[in-house]
Design a protein around this ligand. Structure first.
Ligand SMILES: NC(=O)c1ccc[n+]([C@@H]2O[C@H](COP(=O)([O-])OP(=O)(O)OC[C@H]3O[C@@H](n4cnc5c(N)ncnc54)[C@H](OP(=O)(O)O)[C@@H]3O)[C@@H](O)[C@H]2O)c1
Length: 265
């Protein structure tokens, strides 16, 4: 795939994985749409890319307000006339016991991570169908493959993305719209700091797994390789990725170890 002049829309672009992707795609000569809630952070990221106003659109969005998705898409089309790649990456993590988490917090996580993501894709797909081409990349998680204590709703939202996009990929085959599901392990971002607690407040604390995780520039290069080789799914991370086959091969041992590792957290 040739990236130069492609229009790439990245959500969750104000920090972490999304921010790393912005710099990598800017470097390859793409035209960018960068979205998240915090406009001042998006402007900081835009500044770093050194792209001219002609080649980058800062589009603040709140995925929780996904009923506005079509109006967001209209703004992108008005600016660039096309959308070649949508990277549906914006999301929020969780740290709270299921039985103590208010249902309103569970709904918020599902609205952002699942419905916001799906609504945006559904608003972009008609544009890609008209173009007869497009690529949608979705950031899920290894927690889309198994659950962990304190992450029940987050894991549910990421499992749900697998189900939706694995099905959608087959429905869109004749439209030449490709879907890549990306499952990160531990990446060095603010995900833990921004995770929602039982009461919906931010955790405001980083985790050793996150701090020692893969750097976002390394992640970005691996993701770009997966796009180039037209993969349907890719895991990106370090040795934590082994937990996925480990669970499949040794489910009882997996549960024992995970309960032990997460005791007192
Ligand atoms: N880091 C990891 O180890 C890891 C592992 C597996 C999966 N992931 C997934 O990777 C994606 C990116 O996370 P990250 O690790 O880069 O964490 P991050 O640094 O916290 O970034 C999250 C991004 O999502 C945006 N976002 C959050 N809520 C939003 C909302 N309501 N509407 C629009 N944008 C919203 C944030 O921007 P604003 O606050 O400005 O809105 C930010 O740009 C997430 O989907 C996460 O679940 C991360």
């Amino acid at each position: 795939m040739e990236f130069k002049d492609k229009v790439v829309w990245i959500t969750g672009a104000s920090s972490g994985i999304g921010e790393g992707l912005v710099y990598a795609f800017a470097e390859m000569g793409c035209k960018l749409v960068i979205s998240a809630r915090r406009e001042h952070e998006l402007l900081r990221v835009k500044e770093q890319t050194k792209l001219s106003d002609e080649n980058i659109l800062v589009l603040p969005i709140d995925l929780e307000h996904y009923t506005l998705a079509t109006s967001w898409v209209n703004m992108v089309v008005a600016k660039f006339g096309q959308i070649d790649i949508l990277i549906n990456n914006g999301g929020v993590s969780q740290k709270g016991l299921a039985m103590e988490t208010d249902l309103s917090v569970e709904k918020k996580i599902m609205d952002i991570n699942y419905f916001g993501n799906v609504a945006l894709s559904k608003a972009v797909i008609p544009i890609m169908q008209n173009q007869k081409s497009g690529k949608i990349v979705i950031t899920t998680s290894i927690l889309g493959k198994f659950g962990l204590p304190l992450h029940s709703t987050y894991a549910a939202s990421k499992h749900a993305l697998y189900g939706f996009y694995d099905s959608l990929r087959m429905e869109l085959k004749t439209d030449n719209i490709k879907i890549l599901i990306v499952s990160p392990g531990f990446i060095n971002t603010q995900a833990s700091v921004n995770a929602l607690k039982e009461d919906g407040k931010r955790l405001e604390k980083n985790s050793p797994a996150q701090i020692n995780g893969m750097k976002t520039n390394v992640f970005a290069q691996k993701l770009i390789s997966a796009i180039k080789s037209d993969k349907k799914h890719v895991y990106i991370g370090n040795k934590e990725l082994l937990s996925v086959p480990f669970k499949l091969l040794f489910p009882n041992l997996f549960y024992k170890i995970m309960v032990k590792l997460n005791k007192g957290k």
